[in-house]
Design a protein around this ligand. Structure first.
Ligand SMILES: *Cc1c(COP(=O)(O)O)cnc(C)c1O
Length: 360
């Protein structure tokens, strides 16, 4: 068996230890004679799995009692609609457009109310984060929306926006659990788990309790109403059972290594290695303004499309896969999420050094 280093933006690598546990548990989970996939979501064994997952997530992220943690189907994109449906009491929301995911969320919200773009970095292909210290936030804005780490463009907010007292809603899909965060600064923090946490098929939504009400937009589907899900602890209907189980193993993996500060150190070390090389290279360069560089998604280019293509193909042959950049940026992108070991980034940098020598 030979595993590759997978730099995909998502679905992405999972920790090898977690995959091994999944394999051990596959045919007979803890003496039950069945896999987690085959279990009733109403069984006592499964109840223990989902309860432990929530508890470990709360411990890992220091989530206080006045926030609910929801495990929901439909990925991140479903939340683009659920958020306005649940939160738009005044039908006004302010969006900061820092990439395609923020823009798609904004476009979805416009179907439900007056969603305004109060800042954007589209003028420079989203290579920076706009100044968010004093935006024209509407007095009656129900919330201010950001995508905190921009998966496609490789930027992240150096600081959270000044929302002028309004609720902050953040999509953290591509930086979920990559570093500590203070949930008290957010009304809603959510992300699809397939980037940095687990297998595809689920979003985790952390939401302050006072935002969970029956006062939702008319026509909101039962399942998209946060109150439906919160009242039943994510077990209103059949949840993504296996995904929750794997995420639970990832939470334990993170707790065992020392939590989010420990993984942050590792992530900073990996990102520094790659960015330092890009800054010193005569062939490759990063595409993002330095102050806004993501720790997770690192886009880079050479000045030649032919060389970019050659690089991606040769890297793949060397066991470094999915380095092709998003079509809107071109070039390459290395996603170096939690589960990417330092050795994978070291191998990538060595490969890039070598490629540079041979091709310049
Ligand atoms: C991938 C991604 C999404 C979309 O996630 P789905 O789970 O496919 O709906 C949304 N936001 C961000 C920041 C992403 O990286």
């Amino acid at each position: 068996m030979s595993r590759v280093y997978n730099f995909s933006a998502g679905p992405a690598m999972l920790p090898e230890e977690v995959l091994k546990t999944c394999a051990e548990d596959m045919l007979d989970y803890h003496g039950t004679g069945q896999s987690v996939m085959e279990m009733s979501h109403r069984s006592k064994e499964y109840d223990a799995i989902i309860k432990a997952a929530e508890k470990d997530f709360r411990d890992l992220c220091n989530i206080p009692d006045n926030y609910k943690v929801l495990f929901l189907q439909g990925g991140a994109w479903t939340q683009f609609a659920a958020i306005p449906m649940n939160l738009m009491k005044n039908k006004v929301a302010d969006y900061i457009i820092t990439g395609q995911w923020a823009k798609k969320a904004w476009e979805e919200a416009k179907r439900y109310g007056n969603a305004k773009a109060v800042a954007s970095s589209e003028d420079k292909t989203y290579t920076y984060i706009p100044d968010v210290s004093d935006l024209p936030i509407d007095d009656d804005a129900d919330y201010v929306y950001i995508c905190q780490n921009n998966t496609i463009y490789g930027t992240r907010y150096p600081e959270l926006p000044n929302t002028k007292g309004h609720t902050l809603v953040a999509d953290v899909s591509s930086m979920f659990l990559s570093e500590p965060f203070d949930i008290n600064k957010y009304g809603v923090l959510y992300g699809g788990v397939q980037k940095n946490v687990g297998p595809a098929g689920m979003a985790i939504v952390v939401i302050r309790e006072d935002l969970i009400t029956d006062d939702v937009l008319p026509g909101t589907p039962t399942l998209l109403k946060y109150k439906t899900q919160a009242d039943k602890d994510s077990l209103f209907n059949t949840p993504p059972c296996y995904t929750i189980y794997v995420c639970g193993l990832v939470f334990k993996w993170l707790l065992n290594m020392g939590g989010l500060s420990a993984i942050q150190k590792k992530n900073e070390e990996k990102a520094k290695l790659l960015y330092d090389f890009l800054d010193s290279s005569s062939l490759f360069r990063g595409t993002v303004e330095k102050a806004y560089r993501s720790l997770m998604n690192v886009p880079f280019v050479t000045d030649s499309d032919d060389l970019n293509q050659k690089f991606v193909a040769e890297a793949k042959a060397a066991g470094l896969v999915n380095l092709k950049g998003h079509r809107s940026v071109g070039g390459m992108r290395a996603s170096i999420y939690n589960a990417m070991p330092l050795a994978g980034v070291e191998k990538l940098v060595t490969f890039m050094e070598d490629f540079e020598k041979k091709n310049s």
